[in-house]
Design a protein around this ligand. Sequence first.
Ligand SMILES: C[S@@+](CC[C@H](N)C(=O)[O-])C[C@H]1O[C@@H](n2cnc3c(N)ncnc32)[C@H](O)[C@@H]1O
Length: 521
Amino acid sequence: MSDQRGDGGAPGRRSGGEGGRGDGRRGERQRPPARERSARHRSEQRPSERARRTDAPRLAAYTAMREVADGAYANLALPKLLREKGIRGRDAGFATELVYGATRLSGLYDAIIALAAGRPVDKIDSNVLDTLRLGAHQLLGMRVPTHAAVDETVALARQVNGAGAAGFVNAVLRRISEREPDEWVDLVSEGVSGPVERLALRTSHPLWIAKALRAALIGHGTAQPDAVEGSLTALLESDNAPAKVSLAARPGLASVDELVDAGADRSGLSPVGATLPEGDPGAIAAVREGRAAVQDEGSQLLVLALTAADVEGDATAHERWLDLCAGPGGKAGLLAALAIQRRIPFVANEISEHRADLVWQTLAAARAEARERDVSLKVRHGDGRDLGEVEPAGFSRVLIDAPCTGLGALRRRPEARWRRTAGDVAALAGLQRELLASGIDATAPGGLVGYATCSPHLNETRFVVTDALRNRDDVELVDARPLFVDPSGQQLPGLGDGPFVQLWPHLHGTDAMFFALLRKR
Ligand SMILES: C[S@@+](CC[C@H](N)C(=O)[O-])C[C@H]1O[C@@H](n2cnc3c(N)ncnc32)[C@H](O)[C@@H]1O
């Protein structure tokens, strides 16, 4: 074992931009009637007479969209660009809303753009299409006044796409501005048959994802087949809303009180959690110093569940904990803090060298504490599939936070829904099963294995676990639901029909995390 030297980063916060720029929530705008707006901008300058350059936030948003088109992640590319260009505060919030909203809703916007342009979007240059998506989001998804949305987007088009494209962008956006968002949705839905097909279009999800989430709502016992449409609508809509910024106080290193004193609100869900209503989490000393972290409350709850259940038999003699797939280290940070408090040795394993380095960094405060209290804390760089053989029955508690499609965290990753394919689910199936098998082998009799994914897809969750149970008789399922308790000790509602736990953004406000608890015989 080689010692080496956190949970998902903060989501892009969405705040209103300047001059009436909005928070992106749909349906809350006070807009003049479409005809009035249309007449107003018709009376303004022709595109050729308008300003040649747009503002810095819109240009940054466009640049980020192009980087995302080339394979970048919006939540990494955009903050870097904003830092480089010195775009901060409300302008940064405006640019973030533009990129996140235009990317998430590009499926719907493309259908509207095609209708307004009178041609399929694959006949539109992809650079120009990104400009149009940004304009469409300002017109249909934000509170940007029509004249500003059209003029600034045309100026952007002139700057980055050329004069010819600017005329086309002007014509398409003017046509889009002539109807209200709901009218466009009705128009593009005409002729789309089937409720799931229409919902997928309206909420801008690939059809295969809408179908898989529908199956997951039913399969996890969250919705009955004859009443699933309401739940599915709420779930898909929650993918288009920004996630709140959740913080976890790592026990023994920070307290929830400290986060509250720094401006956060106590979590109603997680006993170690808080939510930050506004501001930069990095401005909080405990977060900066790695004693607390930005972490979804669902991730916090499943770590607490794994550590709350009692181990039995051999596993009680020598408690030792393992995080089999630890990178970048969010859950390992919380697990390590809890292990140190109980003076239990902890190993965080990760296959990717870069991500193992991130785990090492995330655990800096915990490592210092472990040294101080003489508790063993190691980061291992290696394949988790080998650990069951390398250290059979070596651990009392094992977390397997398996690589997955991330379909439960689509609100955090605006481009993910367009990048993932149904084939990814099948491609991960073997790895997920091998990691679970190795984790079970690495667990001592009486010890506990927690299998988690940030996807509710049935093929990545229930079916992986039930296959493992079918193939071996040295492990049994434990009902995990009583271990998911709020700060007052009450079991959370809506956890499904057990023994698994499935969390949902539209019910719990967390990512759609899945958790199964198994006990080794
Ligand atoms: C869902 S992420 C884990 C997130 C992490 N638990 C956290 O809270 O920050 C899955 C991780 O498993 C790692 N991984 C993939 N295959 C692996 C393997 N064979 N052995 C160990 N880790 C693996 C990936 O590199 C990725 O970092």
